[in-house]
Structures are given as C-alpha cells and as structure tokens.
Design a protein around this ligand. Structure first.
Ligand SMILES: [Zn+2]
Length: 197
C-alpha cells in the first residue's frame, strides 16, 4: 500500500535528518569532536610552513573564585610553527571571566587576554610536564585551559573593594600587605629566628 511506503520513506528521512544534524554539528572539523583538536598532518611534513589557527569554543573552565563564561565564547588566535623538537604554538586566547570578589563575594565580569607560547613535542620525546602531539592531531585544550586558569587572579577584587585599598604600589596577588611593617607576622618571625639582628 502506498501509505506504508510513505511511512517507510518518512522514517528514512528522519534517520537521514538525524545523521545530517550530527554531521553538521561537527562540520567545522569533520574528523574531530572538539573545537580544540586541530589536524596537523600538513605541519609534520618536511619543510612545512607555519599555519594560523583560530579556535572558538564555549568552555566550562573554573578555578577557586573565577570561571570562564561560556558566552561570549572563548577565542584563540594562534600560529602553529614546525620546529625540530615538535610544534610551537604561539598567540593569544581571550574571553570573559566571572570572578567572585574575595572581600565582598559579589560577582563581577572581566575580559581577559592571555599570551600563549608552548612547544608541543612528540610522545617519545616527552616528559610528564610536556604537551604532546597526538598522532596527526593537536589537542590545544589542556594548554589553553592551563594558561587561562593560571592567569586568573588568586584574590579577585571588585572595583568597589579595590578602591578601599591603595593598589597603586601593590600587587594583590603576590605582595604581602605591610611587609615592611614591624607588626607584620613575617617581621615578628624574623625577630624570633634572628635574635639580635
Ligand atoms: Zn568586592
């Protein structure tokens, strides 16, 4: 009966439509699942030229009091350059982070841009600290995530709270307030361990 064939045909269209959706979901890079995974077979050949790579992705990276917002998406503008020891990745990665102020706990958003420069090496040459080339692919996510999260402030401070302290000479991340003051715990410790000095 004709109706039955239409039903069958419609079913195939649904199946085909599903595969089409799956296929277009990965259309930017058909052989990979992550926007951070870059095919680099061309760069591993002899006399390969450096190649620019742009990456755009919504990420869910966070650390302590800071998180990278999924919108606007993270963007990275990188150059991949073949080197004798591997592949040099250089450029910058930008996005917007939401921080929780460590003084008042209010959230505030702040754009960031982080420089990236790292050599990816072949697994045979790698130590455990190295980023590695995976066959003819490069997964940029571990590097970019590490660099972005390392750049997040350890003690995020909102603009209002920042006005309450004199920040002109002080890096809130590293400087110990009143380090030269005799009342500081470090000065007290120094006296304890170095009597008479
Ligand atoms: Zn605050």
């Amino acid at each position: 009966m004709a109706g039955g064939w239409w039903l069958v045909a419609g079913g195939w269209w649904l199946v085909a439509g599903g595969w089409w959706l799956v296929a277009t979901g990965y259309s930017l890079c058909p052989m990979t699942r992550s926007p951070f995974v870059i095919p680099i077979g061309d760069l591993l050949r002899d006399r390969a030229e450096p190649r620019d790579v742009d990456v755009e992705a919504s990420v869910d990276w966070h650390v302590e009091l800071s998180a990278v917002l999924p919108e606007p998406p993270l963007t990275a503008a990188l150059t991949l350059s073949p080197m004798p020891g591997g592949l040099l990745v250089r450029g910058s990665v930008s996005g917007v982070a939401r921080h929780s102020c460590h003084r008042c706990l209010e959230d505030y958003d702040e754009p960031f841009s982080v420089s990236v420069a790292e050599l990816f090496v072949r697994p045979d040459d790698a130590t455990e600290d190295d980023y590695t080339i995976d066959g003819d692919q490069l997964d940029l996510e571990p590097l970019l995530r590490d660099d972005v999260l390392l750049a997040m402030p350890m003690l995020p401070t909102c603009a209002d709270c920042g006005e309450l302290v004199d920040t002109s000479q002080t890096d809130l991340n590293t400087d110990v307030p009143e380090a030269g003051d005799s009342r500081s715990p470090f000065a007290v410790l120094k006296d304890l361990f170095e009597p008479g000095q």
